[in-house]
Design a binder for this molecule. Structure first.
Ligand code: MEV
Length: 434
């Protein structure tokens, strides 16, 4: 067995798989079958996926589902969602239908500004740097990055502002160029990073020529914290309209719901789980539309701690007998560039959404998050979460026990009126098979 290798990335795909299965698996042939059964029979399509990353050996499937009946700013959407968690799409669809009958979701993009920074050190005089920055180099950053910004400017975007920030109070000799960008329908990571690297080059050249002291570039990179790329989503209705299939009154439900949100506002242990539920909806749409869910996650959670304490992303209130449930979150998304034209499913997802602009996608994604949180809190404050979760998880348990189609029909029927637990399902399967 040889668990290390040099030059792995240079091997062909089948050589990589052979090395892998022979060195890591007790039954190489079975491992190879699992890997190869996920290959697409369309060779061109498979090659496209192979080339997204390095060392691709196979594809990793996630269910791609849709949640219909979302009414957002009076327009109807069917929202694509890529996610493995069994209850998420069902909860989204249920919340969509519920609010469809109560005026739908209202959304608004508040701002669309993105941020990037050049981090550098300087051991000379801070005032000299400041004067030199404002009077000499600032304009040069714009001028010398023209070759990068012309196209973005034609689309209405570009560099908005570049500031010099003195951070020497937190770290010796540490300064930043803090730049803001408008990237229109692109997520903008490549655009921003290219501009920043150009700023860094300009800064170093100019400083070496004209400043006394050593200036060294540490790194140039966009920030995934985008508190000024913000979208708001909201639902509201009269309290009495909140009744549905729950066995508590509308007033009691509304009050319990608001209390549940308040708990998430003040209690970080709850806030993390509360926000995780929001991200169930957000990530699923972000993923289905080919966007970077890690960037979104990082930025959203930082935003949830913006006041120095991790808190709920959503808020709820009852005022003058009106129940309002809302959320503001930062979302840096793109509907052009990246995988959007490349990945056939992403293309399909964007067409399903009516080829939205990045702003419209921010609104749709925020709604998916708010809807998910509504669904979770509605279950938590009424029936409890396990009833719905376990109903949705039933099929996973049945598949784990390789239930036949007939067994599935019988057991799904049985569990319509009985509580699903892992042991109850096992015991019913055993009964059937006796
Ligand atoms: C599970 O994926 C998400 C929930 O825990 C969210 C919540 O507790 O609000 C149900």
């Amino acid at each position: 067995m040889n668990k290390t290798i040099t030059g792995f990335s240079k091997l062909s795909k089948s050589e990589k798989i052979d090395w892998l299965v022979n060195n890591y698996f007790s039954d190489p042939q079975s491992a190879k079958i699992v890997i190869e059964q996920y290959w697409n029979s369309d060779k061109k399509l498979q090659q496209l996926h192979d080339e997204f990353i390095e060392n691709t050996i196979t594809n990793y499937y996630l269910p791609f589902g849709v949640a219909p009946n979302f009414l957002i700013n009076d327009k109807v959407y069917t929202i694509p969602m890529a996610i493995e968690e069994s209850s998420v799409v069902a909860a989204a669809s249920k919340a969509a239908k519920f609010w469809f009958d109560r005026g739908g979701f209202k959304t608004e993009v508040i701002s669309t500004e993105k941020i990037g920074q050049v981090h550098f050190t300087f051991d000379g005089n801070a005032e000299d740097l400041d004067i030199y920055f404002s009077h000499v180099i600032k304009q040069k950053f714009f001028d010398q990055s023209k070759h990068l910004t012309t196209n973005m400017e034609k689309r209405g975007g570009g560099i908005l502002e570049i500031e010099l920030r003195n951070k020497t109070d937190v770290l010796e000799n540490y300064y930043q160029l803090h730049a803001t960008f408008e990237t229109m329908d692109a997520m903008g990571a490549n655009f921003i990073n290219s501009c920043l690297e150009q700023f860094a080059k300009t800064l170093k050249q100019e400083a070496d020529k004209s400043l006394t002291g050593n200036l060294n570039i540490v790194m140039s990179i966009l920030s995934n914290y985008v508190p000024n790329c913000l979208v708001r989503a909201e639902v509201s209705c009269k309290v009495e309209q909140l009744t549905e299939d729950t066995n508590i009154s509308a007033q009691e439900f509304a009050e319990k719901f608001v209390q549940a949100v308040r708990i998430a506002e003040v209690e970080p242990y709850r806030a993390v789980t509360h926000n995780k539920g929001i991200m169930n909806g957000i990530d699923a749409v972000v993923l289905a539309t080919g966007n970077d869910f890690r960037a979104v996650e990082a930025g959203v959670h930082a935003y949830a701690s913006r006041d120095g304490k991790y808190s709920s992303l959503t808020h709820a209130k009852i005022e003058n007998n009106i129940f309002t449930f809302s959320m503001e979150i930062p979302l840096a998304l793109g509907t052009v560039g990246g995988l959007t034209k490349l990945h056939p499913l992403v293309k399909m997802a964007l067409e399903l959404l009516g080829e939205p602009s990045a702003k419209e996608l921010m609104e749709i994604v925020a709604v998916a998050g708010l809807a998910q949180n509504f669904g979770a809190l509605r279950s938590l404050t009424t029936t409890g979460i396990q009833e719905g979760h376990m109903k949705m998880h039933l099929m996973n348990i049945l598949n784990q026990f390789e239930a036949t189609p007939e067994e599935k029909v019988t057991l799904v029927e049985y569990f319509k009126t009985n509580t699903v637990t892992h042991s109850a399902v096992v015991s019913e399967i055993e009964k059937l098979r006796r």
